[in-house]
Design a binder for this molecule. Structure first.
Ligand SMILES: Cc1cc2nc3c(=O)[nH]c(=O)nc-3n(C[C@H](O)[C@H](O)[C@H](O)COP(=O)(O)OP(=O)(O)OC[C@H]3O[C@@H](n4cnc5c(N)ncnc54)[C@H](O)[C@@H]3O)c2cc1C
Length: 438
């Protein structure tokens, strides 16, 4: 078994953040002083599943304004700035290029490996740390992280212990639990005195109370908004536009994913999701547009009045909800029916029953409180030698490569900081004693 001073840094979790931290740290201290611990039988298991197997690994336009925090909603931008300044998307893109992963830009700043295979990203990182001699231990679940006078002792599920000067927690959150991130890092962080913003699933589907199973499979462009109700008020808490997907039990699609982080179980509060299938029109404009269309399609059946504007299944459903007689002529539609149709098209609303489980969430909102971590180094302000990177922190981003950008940027900053600190401590320890004053 290795003994006390063998490791400068132990990184717990070989996901995006942990792998990048190991790459960064091994630039500064010899790789054999770095231990990377992973509970799965291989590193980067979640990375293989990202971007539908293609891995949207960076967003070129990522900046602090893209990120959210549950506990530090107001100050998250200021907190994230130093991390993205030290490790901006352009620098990460160059780094990946050096490692052999050439990026291809598909849309809206989203970068993918040119191979369009997530394994290219995992292999490049794993190959780099292997070449630099980082010690990777897979099938090792860390169950305890204890502070000692001069470092930390880590205990694995097999009872093995590892002693290290610095610890970097890169265990992820709880999203995509089947890939290994089951909240272990939160337990370790809290056992060391850190506090959490309650983790909740984000970038996930909303489950609704009365779904329309007949609409399952419909994909339509529009706006989706989340409304919160209390006894006193109804408040729109988030809104996004894009492709909406209707499923057998709820509402999905990237724009729904993006607003899902705002759903939370709070006593005496309920939520509704509202879909607007014509966000480009106000109510009055849509009414005028439909009125004109009624004249244009005068002789045609009212049953197909919305066809060509919306997917047929959805169009028929909205017409039925608005009480339109399908066998009537479009020209016979009354103004009141058109107003009802406008309301259906712009305010299709369902009560939210919840979000999908952790297994279906792509990201965790919440995590280790940002005010207890120094954004310049990602070192704990409570426990010297303890560092954090990636999703374990109370930072989350929207779909589009922003979460992996965060994992890689924070992994790089934390890995470098931990290595610098360990290396400077080493120099102090190994430097000859000061000559005695004459
Ligand atoms: C299906 C899916 C698709 C996604 N697609 C994208 C995308 O295209 N673009 C994007 O930007 N983001 C995407 N994300 C989000 C992104 O993958 C995560 O935000 C990112 O992987 C977080 O990195 P991390 O290193 O912090 O955590 P993780 O990637 O979760 O890695 C944590 C690692 O720690 C290990 N671990 C946990 N506990 C222990 C322990 N006790 N001992 C040892 N090891 C432990 C886990 O096994 C895991 O390997 C997706 C997520 C999912 C689930």
């Amino acid at each position: 078994m290795r003994t006390a001073r063998d490791f400068h840094i132990a990184i717990i979790g070989a996901g995006a953040a942990g792998l990048m931290a190991a790459v960064a740290a091994s630039e500064i201290v010899p790789g054999r002083r770095i231990l990377l611990l992973e509970k799965n039988d291989r590193p980067g298991k979640k990375l293989y599943a990202t971007g539908n197997g293609r891995c949207n690994f960076l967003n070129r336009g990522a900046e602090a304004a893209h990120y959210f925090s549950r506990e530090s909603a107001e100050s998250v931008e200021d907190w994230v700035v130093p991390v993205l300044q030290a490790s901006p998307p352009a620098a990460l893109e160059s780094l990946f290029d050096e490692l052999g992963v050439t990026a291809v830009h598909l849309e809206e700043g989203r970068l993918y490996p040119r191979s369009l295979q997530a394994e290219s990203v995992v292999e490049a990182l794993a190959d780099c740390i292997r070449t630099r001699g980082v010690e990777l231990r897979t099938q090792t679940t860390i169950v305890e992280c204890r502070k000692t006078a001069d470092g930390f002792i880590l205990k694995s599920d097999s009872g093995e212990t590892h002693r290290t000067r610095c610890v970097l927690l890169a265990t992820g959150g709880k999203a995509g639990i089947q890939y290994g991130s089951s909240g272990d890092g939160y337990k370790m962080a809290t056992s060391l005195g850190h506090r959490l913003a309650k983790p909740i699933p984000a970038l996930t589907q909303l489950v609704v109370e009365s779904p329309d199973p007949a609409l399952a499979g419909v994909r339509v462009r529009g706006a989706v908004s989340l409304w919160r109700f209390s006894a006193a008020e109804a408040q729109e808490v988030s809104r996004d536009e894009g492709e909406i997907q209707l499923t057998a039990d709820g509402i999905s699609g990237i724009c729904t994913f993006n607003i899902s982080r705002y759903y939370e179980i709070i006593p005496n509060r309920s939520y509704a999701v509202r879909l607007d299938f014509f966000p480009e029109y106000g109510d009055e404009e849509l009414f005028k547009f439909l009125k004109k269309r009624k004249q244009q399609l005068d002789g045609r059946s009212a049953g197909i009045f919305l066809n060509g504007l919306l997917p047929a299944k959805l169009a028929a459903h909205l017409m039925a909800e608005a009480g339109v007689d399908f066998v009537a002529r479009s020209g016979s539609l009354e103004e009141e029916q058109l107003h009802r149709l406008v309301a259906q098209c712009k305010r299709y609303e369902r009560r939210v029953a919840g979000t999908k489980s952790w297994k279906h969430a792509q990201v965790t909102a919440g995590g280790v409180l940002l005010r207890e971590v120094d954004p310049g180094t990602l070192q704990s302000t409570k426990i010297p030698g303890l560092y954090f990177a990636g999703e374990i922190l109370d930072v989350d981003g929207p779909c589009g490569g922003f979460n992996l950008t965060w994992a890689f940027a924070s992994g790089r900053v934390a890995g470098m900081s931990a290595a610098r600190s360990a290396a400077s401590e080493e120099n102090v320890r190994s430097s000859p004693a000061e000559p005695a004053a004459p």
